[in-house]
Design a protein around this ligand. Structure first.
Ligand SMILES: N=c1c2ncn([C@@H]3O[C@H](COP(=O)(O)OP(=O)(O)OP(=O)(O)O)[C@@H](O)[C@H]3O)c2ncn1[C@@H]1O[C@H](COP(=O)(O)O)[C@@H](O)[C@H]1O
Length: 108
């Protein structure tokens, strides 16, 4: 499992390096050149495509769309200066806390 989860960290590093590349030679650079709203829009589109694949596509399509979604999430996090480590730490913090309990404990 670790060999596969490591790809997220490698991808984060690749994305950080490619942001400074020429938009003619790099999709990451091209997307960053278009700005944060375009990156956010792409993430939303990829999320929708993953939902459509889940509801009416094959599991193979869902895998492809999920990879697109994770990749574009990493591009957005990078553009905002938020590290994958930070997000993973938040998931770790929540580990073992039931989502239902967390919701019930909210003040508003
Ligand atoms: N994992 C990915 C990855 N997943 C998806 N994509 C690209 O994401 C784009 C999204 O596809 P769409 O058809 O939705 O988008 P589009 O039609 O190109 O875009 P629009 O003009 O419609 O907005 C495609 O161009 C895909 O090739 C990716 N592009 C790059 N990577 C990784 O990022 C690295 C750096 O890539 P470059 O920045 O291109 O060097 C690569 O080595 C890969 O590891």
């Amino acid at each position: 499992m670790n060999t596969h989860t490591d790809i997220l960290e490698r991808l984060e590093q690749t994305i950080a390096a490619r942001r400074a590349a020429s938009p003619d030679s790099s999709y990451v650079a091209k997307l960053n050149a278009k700005g944060l709203p375009k990156i956010a829009q792409k993430l939303g589109e990829e999320a929708t495509e993953a939902v459509i694949a889940a509801l009416s596509g094959s599991n193979e399509e869902l895998v492809g769309e999920s990879a697109d979604l994770l990749f574009h999430l990493l591009v957005l996090l990078s553009a905002k200066g938020v590290s994958l480590e930070h997000v993973l730490a938040e998931l770790e913090r929540r580990e073992g806390q039931s989502g239902l309990e967390e919701k019930a404990g909210r003040s508003e």
